[in-house]
Design a protein around this ligand. Structure first.
Ligand SMILES: [Zn+2]
Length: 121
């Protein structure tokens, strides 16, 4: 990979990291207490349909937060791999990950072949 492409990917990852941290902070703020790891249980009222809405919203916040935290972890790991000089190498087969894939998803840590193999189980 040439230096210009590396710099572009590095920039993308840093922007992505900032965006994810911002999104996670927003979820924490919306919950009212600023905690990031536990979104507050929203309260609409005590009627049965209101309780159902609370549970649904709580579930949405929680899964969104989990997704963001997972993405942030992937992005941070990719940034670390750049620093270690190990970026762009598949963590399973140790082959180079296709540049096209890295440009589309810079936090990728495995090649398409391994990704498909492992996601199928
Ligand atoms: Zn692989």
């Amino acid at each position: 990979m040439d230096a210009a492409t590396m710099a572009e990917i590095s920039k993308k990852l840093n922007e992505e990291e900032k965006r994810l941290e911002q999104d996670l902070a927003d979820i924490g703020r919306r919950s009212g207490v600023g905690r990031i790891s536990e979104p507050d249980f929203p309260s609409f009222g005590d009627k049965e349909d209101e309780n159902a809405a609370e549970v649904a919203l709580y579930g949405d916040n929680l899964s969104l937060e989990e997704t963001l935290e997972r993405e942030l972890r992937d992005v941070k790991n990719a940034i670390k791999r750049i620093a270690d000089g190990a970026y762009g190498i598949c963590k399973y087969c140790k082959q180079e990950i296709a540049l096209q894939r890295l440009l589309a998803r810079p936090e990728s840590s495995s090649c398409v072949t391994c990704k498909e193999k492992f996601s199928r189980g």
